[in-house]
Structures are given as C-alpha cells and as structure tokens.
Ligand binder design. Structure first.
Ligand code: GAR
Length: 190
C-alpha cells in the first residue's frame, strides 16, 4: 500500500543523514521520501536521490524566495521538510507557509554551540574548546533564527578526553543517523 506521508530533504553536503532517512523509509510504513533538494550542484545527495529514483533538484536562494517551489511542495501535500545538513537560511516567506512542518538537525546539544556560522566541524571544535563532557545532536523545528526553534528531541553521547573534532564528529554523526529517522517517524505518526 502506498504511504501517504510524504517528506522531502533539503541537503547541502554529502548527505549521509539523507541516506539514513531514505534507508529507514524503505523499511518503515510511516513515511516516504519523495525528493532531495540540494543547495549545490556538487552535493553528493543529488547522486543519492538519483540512485533511489527520487526527484532531485538544485535550489538557490531565489528559489526559496519565489513562489514556484513553495507552491509545488504545497500542491504535493508534503508533510515535513527536513533540513539534513542544509546550510542556506530559510526566508520568512517560505517558512511561514510550512510553520511546524520544517525541522533541522544540529550536531550539538542546543542551545549550546549553535547559531550563525556554527555548522559541521566548527561545532565539534567549539564543544572540545569548551571542555564539554557531553555532546550529541538536537532535532528542532525551524524558526526565523539560527538553531533557535523549539526542540523536539536531543540525543547525547560522551566527549572523550582524547577526542579530536573529527573523532567527536564521527560519534555524533552516527547518533544523528540513528536518531533522525526515528524522530521523523514519531513526528509524522498520528
Ligand atoms: C550533520 O552533522 C548535520 O547535523 C550538520 O551538517 C552535517 C551534515 O552531514 N548540520 C549543521 O551543522 C546545521 N547547523 P551529512 O551531509 O553527512 O548529513
């Protein structure tokens, strides 16, 4: 039976979270991933989408500001837009149409180590510089700020005394891959 809950993924980087969400969706009855929108033509996530036969498209700031993309997603009755490592700011006009239907994953325990310019390895550098004993990831609704929307779920892991930003990033990313698909399932399941 065809799943009725359709989600789309917005990605900027390599798309390992997108991969985890797609893998989960193939086994779950809760939702289908119908498209990947990437902020760069170089994003490996576009290849991932092609491998799975999903709609894939590179989008610009102008696309996010315009009506065409907004209306297309609206017409398709998309239940959730997941920012899975998407580094463009979402304009208010776009956000307003998808209030409560857009979530982001961030690789720290917000509100610590979030905000403008905090993404990828910079986050883990900041966690280690602050001598944190715990880190993890946060899944939250998207609002007009950077990493400031209402928190849906957080998942933590230890920061080891000998961690480098890279080793911590790998541990947190593994946690992201486990937690993002399950959290999406919980959000879309009535
Ligand atoms: C993930 O660690 C995600 O939490 C982070 O970008 C990475 C994307 O990796 N997002 C942010 O830092 C947003 N502030 P991926 O492309 O392999 O999924």
């Amino acid at each position: 039976m065809k799943k009725e809950v359709k989600i789309v993924l917005f990605v900027s980087g390599k798309g390992s979270n997108a991969n985890a969400v797609i893998d989960f969706s193939l086994k779950s009855k809760a939702f289908s991933v119908v498209a990947i929108y990437a902020s760069s033509p170089k994003s490996q996530a576009l290849l991932l989408a092609k491998e799975h036969g999903l709609h894939n498209e590179c989008i610009t700031d102008d696309d996010l500001l315009g009506r065409a993309l907004f209306e297309r997603l609206n017409d398709q009755s998309i239940s959730l837009i997941v920012l899975a490592g998407f580094l463009r700011k979402i304009p208010v006009s776009f956000l307003n149409g998808f209030q409560g239907k857009m979530i982001n994953i961030h690789p720290s325990l917000l509100p610590e180590h979030g905000g403008a310019g905090m993404y990828g390895i910079r986050v883990h550098e900041a966690v280690i510089a602050a001598n944190e004993k715990k880190s993890g990831c946060t899944i939250h609704y998207v609002d007009q700020g950077y990493d400031t929307g209402a928190i849906i779920a957080q998942f933590s892991c230890d920061v080891m005394p000998d961690d480098t930003p890279a080793s911590l990033a790998a541990r947190v990313l593994k946690l992201e891959h486990e937690s993002l698909p399950k959290t999406i399932e919980q959000i879309v399941t009535p």
